[in-house]
Ligand binder design. Structure first.
Ligand SMILES: [Zn+2]
Length: 363
């Protein structure tokens, strides 16, 4: 198809009457690329390198968040256009199977935040289930149902909890939230807008207060290249935040490649005021963490900054220190001494006291 000529197919419109979607596990979609034989795609690729790139692209697309759901059809279209040129055999089959037809719901855009776009959790329990419930026997439906119900009775799933309450937030996350608030201007250099956004595949779009802020990655990139002064961050943040905002307000034809789309989408986060009742934080976020776990550094830091969540004393870095237990921040040096790696970017000074904090946009 010629670029720019064909209008993107219409995105699936949530009607408010739909209660479920037929979902496809995104990890399975990606794994099929490695698989040989008739079911797999491996032999259709022209090179291993190209296959890995294709898989990486699938991963990025699978993380397309719910607020970008109206973009899904356009993203699929750009993907199809680009890869039909590079891997025609792969795309011929892939389009039919996962871009059109029944198995198209394999992105986080097809789920509300906190719900997975894959069934890895279930797969992990597969062995236990076979050990305990069916004893690895192939059973007739009637026999299986009896065994299954017997097993279910012993496993009170009603006791399961979503780990989304503030008290479930782990020490590492509390640390990084406090460091972000102290060492960066991410939560000071923001843009607030009232926008109509898609927050669920099951409900029509709604007006919400939306706050745009730099993603950690783009903040790091700016600070390490140009320095961490507030004015510098502000200057470089402006076009990045505007590009992200345009994804929600601008014309879709403006984006003509997947690269453009990913750049606009990954450069900044958008906090939005619509959350599930009982969520840990008062705002949701477009970042992958929030879409996957219904909590993230950005939304938690925002609530801490605006006094909506108190840092528990036993999680306060002034009390517990700054080191992270896990992760490779400490490296053994010659002579056995342990030293920290140099930070990649300089820590900017605290914001001048004269600047009054902006009013809480969700107030
Ligand atoms: Zn976030």
């Amino acid at each position: 198809m010629a670029r720019g000529k064909k209008k993107p197919p219409t995105a699936p419109e949530p009607t408010g009457t739909v209660e479920w979607l037929l979902g496809t596990c995104s990890v399975h979609v990606q794994h099929l690329m490695d698989k040989g034989g008739k079911r797999g795609y491996r032999s259709l690729f022209t090179s291993d390198e190209s296959r890995k790139e294709f898989k990486k692209e699938l991963y990025d697309i699978s993380k397309l968040g719910i607020t970008l759901r109206p973009w899904k059809a356009r993203v699929f279209q750009l993907f199809e256009f680009e890869w039909t040129r590079r891997e025609p055999k792969v795309m011929k089959r892939f389009s039919q199977e996962y871009l059109h037809g029944r198995a198209v719901n394999w992105t986080t855009a097809d789920q509300e935040p906190g719900l997975p776009d894959q069934n890895n959790g279930d797969e992990r329990g597969n062995r236990t289930y076979k050990d305990e419930a069916t004893d690895w026997n192939r059973l007739s439906l009637r026999a299986w149902y009896r065994e299954h119900m017997e097993w279910m009775r012993k496993h009170p799933f009603t006791n399961q909890l979503f780990l989304t309450k503030a008290e479930h937030i782990k020490e590492d996350q509390w640390r990084s939230v406090q460091q972000l608030l102290r060492d960066t201007f991410i939560f000071d250099v923001t843009a607030t807008r009232e926008l109509e956004i898609t927050y669920s595949p099951f409900h029509p779009p709604e007006k919400a207060t939306c706050v745009f802020l730099l993603s950690k990655e783009s903040y790091k990139a700016i600070a390490s290249k140009h320095g961490g002064e507030r004015s510098t961050i502000e200057e470089h943040a402006k076009p990045i935040l505007q590009n992200k905002e345009l994804l929600y307000t601008g014309d879709m034809d403006r984006i003509t490649s997947l690269d453009d789309f990913h750049k606009s989408s990954k450069g900044a986060c958008m906090l939005y005021s619509i959350v599930r009742t009982g969520a840990a934080t008062s705002c949701a976020c477009t970042c992958i963490d929030y879409q996957m776990k219904e909590t993230c550094d950005c939304s938690l830091a925002w609530d801490v900054k605006h006094g909506r969540i108190q840092i528990p004393e036993e999680k306060d870095i002034k009390v517990i220190g700054e080191e992270t237990k896990r992760g490779g921040r400490r490296k053994a040096r010659k002579g056995g001494a342990l030293t920290f790696d140099q930070p990649r970017f300089s820590i900017p000074p605290k914001a001048p006291a004269a600047t009054a904090p902006p009013p809480h946009p969700f107030g």
